[in-house]
Ligand binder design. Structure first.
Ligand code: PNS
Length: 186
C-alpha cells in the first residue's frame, strides 16, 4: 500500500479520490441493513454479521426500538453489547431504528436488507416480510444468507428461556453476553 510519511493510502482513500475527480463515474457503495430485535445478540447473529461484513461495503446492524412486553435487555443494553462484539469490524455500525424499516433504509441510503434463514420454518415469515417491504419500497432488495449449520437451531428466544431457567449458554452467545445474562438473572 502506498505510504507518504506516516499516511497510509487505503483502498477507500482511492475510491473517494476517484469519486471527487470523476463525479459521474458509477462506483456503487453497497450499504446493507441487518435489522432485528437482538435480545440478546447470539452467535448465530454474529455469524451472519461476519458473512455480511465480507459482502457489503457498510453493514448497519439496526436494533428495533420495539415495545416488547418483557425484553431481557433494554435497547441501549443490546446496542452496547452489539457494539462490543462487532468492534473488530470497521465497516459494521450498530444503530437503533423505530417505525417502518423501509423508511429507515431510505434515511440511511441502504439498498439492501440482510436477513438470515436458519431453516424452512423461517422461510414463510421472512418471505412475507421481504415481499411486504418490496411492496412498500420496490428499490430495496432483501438478501437472505444462511448462518453456519451449527447455529440452525439457535434463537434469541430460546437463549432467553434457557437464561431464565439457569441453563448453560456457552457456545450460544458471545462470552460477554453470557456474563451480562448471568448478572441479570442471578
Ligand atoms: O429479530 P426479529 O424480531 O425477527 O426482527 C424483526 C424486524 C425488526 C426485522 C421486523 O419486525 C421489522 O422490520 N420491524 C419494523 C417495522 C416494519 O417495518 N414492519 C413491516 C415489516 S414487513
Amino acid at each position: 500500500m502506498p505510504r507518504t510519511n506516516n499516511l497510509v493510502f487505503t483502498p477507500n482513500f482511492w475510491v473517494r479520490m476517484c469519486r471527487g475527480a470523476f463525479p459521474n463515474l458509477t462506483m456503487k457503495t453497497s450499504i446493507a441493513i441487518y435489522p432485528g430485535s437482538f435480545d440478546p445478540v447470539t452467535n448465530g447473529h454474529l455469524d451472519l454479521i461476519e458473512r455480511g461484513e465480507k459482502m457489503f461495503d457498510r453493514l448497519i446492524v439496526a436494533v428495533l426500538k420495539n415495545v416488547e412486553k418483557e425484553p431481557l435487555f433494554s435497547v441501549s443494553e443490546r446496542v452496547e453489547m452489539l457494539r462490543q462484539v462487532t468492534k473488530r469490524w470497521d465497516s459494521v455500525e450498530v444503530d437503533v431504528f423505530e417505525g417502518l424499516l423501509v423508511d429507515y433504509a431510505r434515511k440511511r441510503s441502504a439498498a439492501v436488507i440482510l436477513r438470515g434463514i436458519r431453516a424452512v420454518s423461517d422461510y414463510e415469515y421472512e418471505l412475507q416480510m421481504a415481499l411486504m417491504n418490496r411492496k412498500l419500497e420496490p428499490r430495496l432488495e432483501t438478501v437472505f444468507m444462511l448462518p453456519g449449520e451449527s447455529y440452525s437451531y439457535l434463537s434469541a428466544k430460546l437463549v432467553r428461556e434457557i437464561a431464565k431457567l439457569g441453563g448453560p449458554l456457552a457456545g450460544l452467545v458471545p462470552p460477554l453476553v453470557e456474563q451480562r445474562i448471568r448478572s441479570k438473572v442471578s
